[in-house]
Design a protein around this ligand. Structure first.
Ligand code: PEP
Ligand code: MN
Length: 361
């Protein structure tokens, strides 16, 4: 991972004036479907056509992909449209077949990244290839596992490497199919600024209505590109129906996305500022998250006070908190004035929450 410059060269070869785009169906279903979608994406910002032909399904019984025959369809789509072709590989056999079929982009899926033996097998089979190899984050929010995947591929002499952020699974029900945990890809980006980072809003959201919003967030965080599941008849797709968009909807997304213009004095300045601001955005989001959680605890305290008929304001407790925070804050370079102001506001909000609970009928 010493010479990270090499990593970015492959993206520069595309000479694009917009983010790098991969699009196409979750799964190749029929030859006709593949060709139809590829033709619809031909004259657009899409550089690579994607279609899964080997589909790792969480539970048996789902559509597991058309298999090897799909490679023929991709070859035909490439010949007819000129688009580069990409597919997911999970085993050495998949890699061999994909290389034989001259597939341009091979990606390692989230379930595979979580398995170091499988990643090593893929790395060994792709040794020294000049194909583009992308590695998705593992299903669990484990930065080291993702990093380990990148390192295994890099050590195999694969130079055209990139990463795909597709979100992380969680037991909690959220508005996302896989929660983004933006701080993880941003940490990776900080470690390897020259490693292209793509967003996969389809698998993060699981919902076509949220694709634009999440892609915009990613571009605001300086991502290099996106991979978006696109299908001619999304509702009847054989896999991941709810999250796929039509080619027309995808083109509308391209129009609606605000691509950040380069500003400032030098590219170096811009680059640094963008990364630092991305950091600030993540930290601010974390701050809000923590404050929200703190207020929930305040609500619970309000409930206990109500049950025991105790007054909201406990001056001793408050003085104790303030003194502790001033001392802790000083260690982190925060002024006493700021700490007093900040905690006064937090305390005020907390009292407001408790009042509400105590006075609720
Ligand atoms: C896919 O891209 O269709 C896919 C299976 O994604 P993931 O590995 O992110 O679940
Ligand atoms: Mn999918």
């Amino acid at each position: 991972m010493e010479n990270k410059k090499e990593m970015r060269n492959w993206l520069n070869e595309f000479n694009l004036t917009h983010p790098f785009v991969i699009a196409g169906p979750c799964s190749a279903e029929t030859e006709e479907q593949v060709l139809k979608i590829a033709h619809a994406l031909k004259d657009s910002d899409v550089s690579v056509f994607r279609a899964g032909i080997w589909k790792p399904r969480t539970r048996p019984g789902g559509f597991e992909g058309v298999g090897e025959i799909g490679l023929k369809w991709l070859k035909k789509a490439k010949a007819e449209t000129g688009l580069l072709m990409g597919t997911e590989v999970a085993t050495a056999a998949h890699c061999k077949l994909a290389l034989e079929a001259d597939i341009d982009v091979l990606w390692v899926g989230a379930r595979t990244t979580a398995n170091p033996f499988a990643v090593q097998e893929i790395a060994d089979t792709l040794k020294g290839t000049d194909k583009i190899v992308l590695i998705k984050n593992p299903v669990n929010p484990d930065m080291a596992l993702w990093l380990g995947g990148v390192e295994r591929l890099y050590a195999a002499g694969i130079k055209k490497l990139g990463v795909i952020h597709r979100g992380f699974s969680t037991y909690e029900k959220t508005k996302y199919r896989n929660i983004p945990e933006w701080q993880i890809p941003i940490e990776l980006q900080n470690k390897f600024p020259d490693l292209p980072l793509l967003i996969d809003p389809s698998h993060i959201t699981g919902n076509r209505d949220m694709i634009l919003e999440v892609t915009q967030q990613a571009l605001d965080l300086n991502y290099d590109g996106m991979i978006i599941e696109t299908h001619n008849d999304p509702d009847n797709a054989w896999s991941d129906a709810a999250q796929q968009v039509t080619p027309d909807a995808l083109k509308q997304i391209f129009k609606d996305l605000k691509i950040r213009k380069v500003s400032g004095d030098t590219p170096d300045f811009d680059n640094k500022m963008t990364k630092l601001r991305a950091n600030i955005d993540v930290l601010d989001a974390n701050l809000l998250d923590l404050l929200g959680k703190r207020m929930k605890v305040a609500d619970e305290i309000g409930q206990v006070k109500k049950e025991n008929n105790v007054a909201v304001l406990q001056n001793n407790r408050w003085n104790e908190i303030q003194a502790k925070m001033i001392a802790e804050g000083a260690k982190k370079g925060l002024t006493e004035e700021f700490i007093v102001r900040l905690f006064k506001d937090i305390h005020q909000e907390s009292i407001g929450h408790q009042e509400k609970i105590l006075n609720k009928l």
